[in-house]
Ligand binder design. Structure first.
Ligand code: TYC
Length: 122
C-alpha cells in the first residue's frame, strides 16, 4: 500500500488550522464589551449657618421638623453650627435640597428669625 505525503489542501490542520481560515481554533476577531455606565444624579449639601439672634431651641426644632433628626441629633448639629459657624445637615438631590432650603427659610422668616439655610453641590 502506497501513501502520497499529506499537503495543505488535505485540510487536516495546516498553518490556518483545522477547518480553514476562520475555522475552529483560529478566531482572530476582537471581543467587544458593552459597559453600561449608570448615571447618578448630582447631590447637594444643605448647610445651616450660625447667627447671633436665632434661639437655639428654634434651630433644634427646625432640624427635627424638616430633617427628621431626633432631639439628640438635632441638638448636636445645632451646637456644631453655633460653635463652628455652619454645618452640613443633610445631602439630597437638587429638588429635595431646594425644597428643604425653601421650607427652612420660610419658617424662619415667618418667626422673624434671621436663620440662614443654603445648599451647595457636593
Ligand atoms: N448662635 C445662636 C445663639 O447663640 C444659636 C444658633 C445656632 C443660631 C445655630 C443659628 O444655625 C444656628 N442663640
Amino acid at each position: 500500500m502506497s501513501m502520497r505525503p499529506l499537503t495543505m489542501s488535505d485540510k487536516l490542520g495546516g498553518p490556518e488550522g483545522p477547518g480553514g481560515p476562520e475555522g475552529p481554533g483560529n478566531d482572530t476577531s476582537l471581543l467587544t464589551k458593552t459597559k453600561t455606565k449608570t448615571q447618578r444624579p448630582p447631590l447637594y449639601k444643605v448647610l445651616l449657618l450660625n447667627d447671633d439672634y436665632t434661639p437655639m431651641e428654634f434651630v433644634v426644632h427646625v432640624l427635627e421638623r424638616f430633617f427628621g433628626l431626633n432631639h439628640a441629633q438635632a441638638f448636636e448639629i445645632m451646637l456644631t453650627v453655633h460653635k463652628k459657624g455652619l454645618a452640613v445637615v443633610g445631602v439630597f438631590s437638587a429638588e429635595v435640597a431646594e425644597t428643604k432650603v425653601a421650607q427652612v427659610m420660610d419658617f424662619a422668616r415667618r418667626h422673624q428669625h434671621p436663620l440662614q439655610c443654603t445648599m451647595e453641590k457636593e
